[in-house]
Design a protein around this ligand. Structure first.
Ligand SMILES: *[C@@H]1O[C@H](CO)[C@@H](O)[C@H](O)[C@H]1NC(C)=O
Length: 274
């Protein structure tokens, strides 16, 4: 009988040409080529034909099992990957790839509003020394209102800040205005985003063809982390940071904008008399 181990684990013969180096005639039998099957019918006895039919059924069953295994592998891949290390996010949010969004619209006034609204401020957080130690984070600027905390900027918010900087650079150039963004800052941002892309090594295969305008991946759904959950985590750990680019002033004044209006700093009641 052909029900050897190799046929249980390798359904590949079903898809291969018989000419592809098959020395094993038992495997030859299962190659699904109509003319071969006709020859088999003519040359082998009914008993052997029955055996061949059983083999085909067995192999078909094997193929089904392997197909089921393959599908389960796919669904296992689609399960959310491990939680992110800090905010505890899963890749559990399906979002389509859109070839264009409001950020690419024709109304430049509206487009500018959207890009200008991107800010890193919310992503400035104050983390406790215990947490910093547990996660082996580097020593950071002490939070001015609680020296037991260190100040950090979350990567995603740094990236948004960089995107806004690059948008400004593009718009100053595009509209012929005086350039306010130093080339070195623009290049820093481009390079930071480049490093992020390389670090993430995103392996999503974007399908090619069959889309208008031509491109890749249009409408394809991928599993994303939920930005609103990242934002919630950032707000929970807020460093009350707000700063307008290129506006000078003492660093400590940038940590006085708590989302819930809390006042963490000592209020000098004589301030108004100066
Ligand atoms: C363009 O966007 C601005 C800001 O959102 C809006 O006030 C204005 O009406 C828009 N213009 C047109 C032509 O839609």
């Amino acid at each position: 009988m052909v029900s050897n181990n190799s046929s249980e684990y390798a359904p590949i013969p079903l898809e291969r040409e018989s000419s592809e180096g098959w020395s094993n005639e038992k495997n030859e039998v299962v190659v699904v080529k109509p003319e071969k099957i006709r020859i088999l019918r003519a040359e082998i006895s009914p008993w052997n034909f029955t055996a061949a039919a059983i083999i085909l059924v067995l192999l078909s069953a094997t193929a089904n099992v392997l197909l089921a295994y393959q599908l389960s592998t796919v669904s296992r891949q689609q399960e959310p990957e491990a939680t992110s290390e800090f905010a505890g996010l899963y890749r559990d949010l399906p979002i389509q790839i859109y070839p264009s969004t409001d950020y690419t619209g024709d109304n430049l006034t509206h487009v500018t509003e959207l890009w200008e609204a991107l800010s890193g401020d919310t992503g400035v957080v104050a983390l406790s020394q215990d947490y910093i130690k547990e996660k082996r984070l580097p020593h950071a600027l002490p939070f001015p209102w609680d020296q037991s905390k260190g100040v950090f900027l979350l990567q995603g918010y740094h990236d948004l800040h960089c995107l806004r900087t690059l948008f400004r650079y593009v718009m100053y150039t595009e509209t012929g205005q005086a350039q306010h963004i130093a080339l070195s800052h623009a290049l820093h941002c481009l390079d930071q985003l480049r490093q992020g892309v390389v670090c993430n090594a995103d392996d999503t295969p974007r399908y090619a063809g069959f889309q208008d305008p031509p491109g890749t991946g249009s409408g394809q759904v991928r599993m994303c982390r939920d930005w609103t959950k990242l934002e919630s985590w950032a707000v929970e750990n807020t460093a009350c940071f707000k700063h307008k680019d290129e506006v000078p002033g003492p660093m400590v004044d940038r940590f006085k904008s708590c989302p819930d209006g809390r006042v963490l700093w000592p209020v000098d009641t004589h301030d108004s008399s100066h």
